[in-house]
Design a binder for this molecule. Sequence first.
Ligand SMILES: [Ca+2]
Ligand SMILES: [Ca+2]
Length: 198
Amino acid sequence: MSRGSVLTLVIILAGCVWRGLWLSAGVADQTYIADSTRAELLTQVADELKTRGQVVDSQDLTQVEVLAFFADADSTVDDSASWQLESVQRFDSDAEVWIVPGADGKPGWDGWDDNQDGTVDDLGELGAAWSDDHCLTPLDPGYEQVDPAHSRIINRGTYVSTDFDGFAEDLSIDANVEDHKRQQWRLTFVNQAAAESL
Ligand SMILES: [Ca+2]
Ligand SMILES: [Ca+2]
């Protein structure tokens, strides 16, 4: 047997062992559920646009990011008779992402000179490893209360909240004809039954 054949055989056997371990671990291959749920939700979006007199090609929705949540962790896709649109988000390249000092109110660890520059709790310590410092985007609670004196902008470009009207308007423009640059959209859905039980 040639070296190439042995190598092929080893690869096949390794694949079988890996697949066997995967199945024995009880890890189900559920990608199809995500795909079918996305397709279902985009159909729901297309139907909503249709009620507004807009007919969209499925191609128009391929770039739309879809997130679906179950408020009840015990729920499954099989339980979801319907989904409710929870939020419409648009990527804003100018939107600010801040890093804030966390619950202790101090950059990095409270009372520690995390960056060893001789000054305890200076702004340069923001984001120190394993501290309670964290990032906030316009979608996060507390974003409006960020104190610029004790925080700093760490990035620009993130999703911001908007509404379905803006989404519909963007899709109403023929990007091919009018040289329109389609915006980047994210739609979030929540399991309706779970939402009603909140
Ligand atoms: Ca902190
Ligand atoms: Ca310091």
